[in-house]
Ligand binder design. Structure first.
Ligand SMILES: Nc1nc2c(ncn2[C@@H]2O[C@H](COP(=O)(O)OP(=O)(O)O)[C@@H](O)[C@H]2O)c(=O)[nH]1
Ligand SMILES: [Mg+2]
Length: 312
């Protein structure tokens, strides 16, 4: 039996979250075309059965925000999530969009690899969009930059190469126990996945700075007999953004709500009653305290503390 933690790192839009979801077979991480969709690290657990020469394994994949130069507190927090994921991980999957030219963002990734000297595979993604002969120069370029243990071309979208990837990762991990029960797919409670699903709809349906100025907190999550009652607050930074998210006579908020509700119902398998509220919190991305409070681990602590007190 082998097991370990495997962090998926790389530039924004490389396809890290798509890969996590594809490997685990569940939508744990939200995916959009916009950079900075992923804001915190997300665990996806894959249990691999023994096949031929492949050992049985539990692979704990960790999806991370895209590597970028952080300018505000939110982005600093996001990069901290990347650095945290490197601590104690057994293997890195450095993921590259093989259709993109090598640029300064990639240099930043290579620098990080060189300073940390972690074991890493190079994962070349989006080969569904690329002629095979165009792959060779990309492989050559990257293999001169760092000593990758394996180079694996894949398409996270079509699933091409994922079996090879899983097999290679299983073999590379050390011998070890299950870190999680075999039926668990993530360590993130459903209410936080739900908040992400709501944010995803906002990312998909709004433009310009609204997606970046938005965050979502689930305030109540009640599992009743026949349905789950959820209320969430959407925070934006300005009145104008609030007006966009709400839309004419609430039309946008309604669309966001029904899009999210469909996804949530699929995730938890019950009917969902979803209530959304939009609030302005000026400059929240610059508030270290608020950004810290967004961390779901921190939110869990707060919830537990609140439950410990008598109901008001
Ligand atoms: N054609 C193609 N698109 C992909 C593939 N993987 C991801 N994408 C798209 O690339 C964009 C960014 O994907 P995402 O997983 O959010 O990237 P992340 O920022 O690295 O997490 C989304 O529009 C995905 O649908 C792939 O293998 N092929
Ligand atoms: Mg992502």
């Amino acid at each position: 039996m082998r097991s370990g933690f495997v962090s998926i790192i790389g530039r924004p839009n490389a396809g890290k979250s798509t890969l996590l979801n594809a490997l685990v077979g569940e939508k744990l991480a939200i995916v959009t075309r916009k950079p900075q969709t992923t804001r915190n690290r997300i665990t996806g657990i894959l249990n691999v059965k023994r096949k031929g020469s492949q050992p049985a394994a539990q692979i704990v994949f960790v999806d991370t925000p895209g590597i970028h130069k952080p300018l505000d507190q939110l982005n600093k927090r996001m990069m901290q999530e990347v650095y945290d994921s490197l601590e104690g991980c057994d293997l890195l999957l450095t993921m590259v969009d093989a259709t993109q030219k090598f640029g300064s963002g990639d240099e930043f990734v290579v620098e990080l690899l060189k300073t940390r000297q972690k074991r890493s595979f190079l994962i070349l993604n989006k080969i569904d969009l690329l002629d095979k002969q165009k792959l060779l120069p990309v492989i050559e370029h990257w293999s001169n930059l760092y000593k990758f243990e394996e180079i694996i071309p894949i398409s996270a979208q079509t699933g091409a190469g994922l079996d090879d990837l899983t097999r290679a990762v299983s073999k590379a991990l050390p011998e070890g126990p299950n870190y999680f029960p075999p039926d668990q797919v993530t360590d993130q409670p459903e209410r936080f996945v739900v908040a992400e699903y709501i944010r995803e709809q906002i990312l998909l349906m709004t433009g310009q700075e609204v997606p970046y100025a938005t965050t979502v907190i689930v305030e109540t999550y009640e599992e009743l007999e026949k349905l789950t009652r959820i209320s969430a607050v959407i925070y934006v930074e300005r009145e104008g953004q609030k007006a966009i998210v709400i839309g004419k006579q609430g039309a946008m908020l309604k669309k966001i709500g029904s899009g999210a509700r469909n996804q949530i119902e699929r995730l938890i398998g019950t009917k969902v009653y979803l209530e959304l509220l939009v609030k302005v919190r000026a400059g929240w991305r610059e508030s270290r305290q608020f950004v810290d409070e967004l961390d779901w681990r921190k939110q869990l602590e707060t919830l537990a503390a609140r439950r410990g007190r008598p109901e008001k």
